[in-house]
Ligand binder design. Structure first.
Ligand SMILES: Cc1cc2nc3c(=O)[nH]c(=O)nc-3n(C[C@H](O)[C@H](O)[C@H](O)COP(=O)(O)OP(=O)(O)OC[C@H]3O[C@@H](n4cnc5c(N)ncnc54)[C@H](O)[C@@H]3O)c2cc1C
Length: 336
């Protein structure tokens, strides 16, 4: 496979990786973007595309999925190359200070700088240990809600006790025929506001609350679920009729090979210099959730600002003889 050439290799196509394309593009830097997932958007696409975000500057409320669509459009004039469904497997540094990144599909990209925008790492859902769960996945067992409408009129079981489980139980109680929420403890690990709403809906008969239960067995025909068996602490079993199961047991994520690149790390995050977003390795930068420093706040808007810092620092490496003449976007405009 031939090696593809670019200025900047961005690892991670979450909201922050996408905005890094824009910030680099505004300085004339070409980008290739790699992501382990099949779609761009990171957590916004994979975990909460239909939830409104309220703290993106200038957008009083924006659905996470719509934010990703806008970021993709904003990056499009700079013609980024996306390499999806492939995780990074190797990094080689050359004598001329360039890097080659290799992916799990064998793609090789050579670049002059790297931006790690890997969030919490390549992630996947924690799954309940049920023998036949794979038979139902993506047909009647799901680990995220991408489209509320698919549950309209369905008998839905939701498992989990955190914010995602509660938020979706509340949101889908108006759409699904029935919603049963299963949690292995009495107490929930969710915002007090959501817990209060949940109890109100349970009292009104809109949600069937089954605490101190855990998932025991899935039954159905082919890929279609018909019953979810649950057990209490004494292993008493009951069966719930169900068309679909949504499991929210959190995410397992791993930085994978990035942890082996000699970067200074703190609790699985990459330490950066806040003024440039550069790591301890020259020309390797980190932005967004994966990056850390004193008092870091993990928000999309923080990651966006880090992209601007990184792009300016990268420009100086790539064009050492042409000092950056700073211009506002209003002056510079976009490529035709
Ligand atoms: C339910 C929920 C609600 C939230 N609400 C808000 C909110 O209101 N406001 C706010 O600011 N933030 C919110 N957040 C947090 C926000 O989503 C994150 O801060 C944001 O997604 C971080 O963006 P990112 O691009 O840094 O990382 P991510 O979105 O995590 O994207 C990282 C991408 O990198 C990829 N990747 C990782 N490792 C590799 C590898 N080795 N090879 C290839 N690809 C790799 C992953 O597949 C992923 O797509 C919320 C999060 C959740 C879960």
């Amino acid at each position: 496979m031939s090696i593809q050439d670019t200025d900047v290799i961005i690892i991670g196509a979450g909201p922050v990786g996408l905005f890094a394309v824009f910030e680099c593009g505004m300085l004339g830097l070409k980008c290739h973007v790699i992501d382990a997932l099949s779609e761009i958007g990171g957590q916004c696409t994979a975990l909460y595309p239909e939830k409104p975000i309220y703290d993106i500057p200038g957008m009083p409320a924006v659905l996470a999925g719509d934010l990703i669509d806008s970021l993709e459009k904003q990056a499009a004039p700079f013609k980024p190359a996306y390499h999806l469904e492939q995780s990074v497997t190797a990094l080689d540094e050359h004598k001329d200070k360039t890097f080659t990144v290799t992916t799990s599909k064998g793609t090789k990209i050579k670049g002059k700088a790297i931006i790690i925008a890997a969030g919490g790492g390549a992630f996947g859902p924690n799954k309940p240990p049920l023998a036949n769960i794979a038979d139902f996945e993506n047909t009647s067992v799901f680990y995220a809600c991408r489209n509320k409408e698919q549950f309209r009129g369905k008998r839905l079981v939701i498992a989990g006790g955190g914010d995602s489980a509660l938020d979706w139980a509340i949101a889908l109680s108006n759409i699904a025929d029935t919603v049963s929420l299963i949690h292995r403890r009495e107490k929930f690990r969710a915002s007090p506001d959501s817990v209060e709403k949940l109890h109100r809906l349970a009292s009104a008969g809109k949600i069937d609350l089954l605490t101190s239960f855990q998932l025991k067995e899935l039954k159905g025909f082919g890929a279609q679920l018909s019953h979810v068996a649950i057990s209490d602490l004494d292993d008493n079993i009951q069966e719930i009729e169900a068309d679909a199961l949504l499991c929210f047991y959190g995410l397992a994520s791993s930085l994978g090979v990035i942890e082996e690149w000699g970067l200074d790390l703190k609790s699985k995050h990459v330490l950066i210099k806040q003024s440039t977003a550069e790591t301890n390795r020259e020309r390797i930068f980190a932005v967004g959730d994966v990056a850390t420093y004193d008092h870091k706040i993990k928000l999309i808007l923080t990651g966006f600002a880090e992209c601007a810092q990184a792009a300016h620092a990268i420009y100086n490496y790539i064009h050492p003889d042409t000092p950056l003449h700073f211009e506002y976007s209003t002056t510079k405009g976009l490529p035709a």
